[in-house]
Write a protein that binds this ligand. Structure first.
Ligand code: 3PG
Length: 322
């Protein structure tokens, strides 16, 4: 028998697959507090998380029976891969499921930011009729700069083209030139080539030592005056103090944020500013994406526990030991 612990909310479609497995006992109470996860982890052969659970060294070391950590999503920056690998624990994610949900949210944020949708909504709800105050800008004809050109970056590019935008992208692992799959997208050689050309800059990069604070005082200085930033990737890609300075100085016209260096972003001076709109890490949270991601990760974790298949393993070195 295998015991699977699900410590973040997982869509019912994935839970149903786990419940149906004959050799599995399941504990999936929804969002678990840190001390609850620590108390429950010693029993678990597999742990399934989203971004809410920090699977750090302390947690993983307490998982004395742990064989698999499944990330029902893309980013594994909340999992200590080094410790997991040391202990022979497979870490897998489900990177295909949430791409379009995230890309659509980027445009939801971009449209809301340029058209002042949240501010106008609040104003009308408060009894005002302020048509002039909340006039905005449009996407068509603007240059969209995408930092990171993996699955999500490419989906954002696709939607940007549909909005009639000029789309440029930077990814250190992609050679410069036209994207062969989407020739209307220009890949630039260096970040410095993207920053001054884009009026809207969005992030679609994973958080690594190199990408951390890729948006900082220096890179903001290279942007167009009045640029907008949209971030639905990871908060720590942006130096938030530098973003605040950029907004306060007027260098940046506004920012739309779904992610924060610390989540929830308690006490952040970015929250509640009139030139910042924000959502609580919702980009992947559509019913469709969460159903898919839960089904994928449930099946992958079961396959790994049964030793029949190892899909989307992000620390493949451990497989040599399986
Ligand atoms: C991801 O990395 O998959 C996204 O940031 C979604 O995170 P979530 O599963 O916590 O919504």
């Amino acid at each position: 028998m295998f015991h699977i612990l699900v410590s973040d909310p997982l869509h019912e479609d994935g839970l149903a697959i786990l419940r149906a497995a004959e050799d599995v006992t399941l504990s999936a109470p929804g969002k678990m507090a840190r001390d609850e996860v620590l108390a429950a982890i010693p029993e678990a052969h597999a742990l399934i998380v989203r971004s809410g659970t920090k699977a750090d060294r302390e947690l993983i070391e307490k998982g004395v029976n742990l064989r698999v950590i499944g990330r029902a999503g893309v980013g594994v920056d909340n999992v200590d891969l080094e410790t997991a690998t040391e202990r022979g624990i497979i870490v897998m994610n489900a990177p295909e499921a949430t791409t379009w949900a995230v890309a659509e949210h980027v445009f939801g944020l971009a449209l809301a930011l340029l058209r002042n949708v949240p501010q106008a909504h609040n104003s009308l709800a408060a009894g005002e009729w302020a048509r002039k105050k909340y006039a905005g800008y449009q996407l068509r004809g603007r240059t969209l700069g995408i930092i990171g050109y993996g699955r999500i970056g490419q989906a954002i590019a696709h939607l940007g083209l549909a909005f009639g935008m000029e789309v440029i992208a930077y990814d250190p692992i992609r050679p410069p030139g036209r994207d062969p799959a989407r020739p209307d997208v220009e890949l630039v050689a260096r970040l410095e080539d993207l920053l001054p050309r884009a009026s809207i800059i969005t992030l679609a990069a994973t958080l690594t030592g190199e990408s951390r604070s890729i948006i900082n005082a220096q890179t903001i200085a290279q942007m167009q005056d009045g640029a907008w930033i949209v971030n639905a990737a990871r908060g720590a890609l942006i130096d938030e103090a530098a973003l605040l300075d950029g907004l306060e100085s007027g260098k940046l016209r506004g920012a739309a944020l779904d992610v924060y260096a610390k989540e929830p972003p308690e006490g952040s001076p970015l929250i509640g500013r009139p030139d910042v709109i924000h959502t609580p890490h919702l980009a992947a949270s559509t019913d469709e994406a969460q159903s898919l991601v839960a089904v994928y990760i449930a099946q992958q974790v079961l396959d790994a526990l049964h030793g029949v298949d190892y899909k989307n393993v992000v620390n493949p070195a451990v497989l040599e030991r399986h």
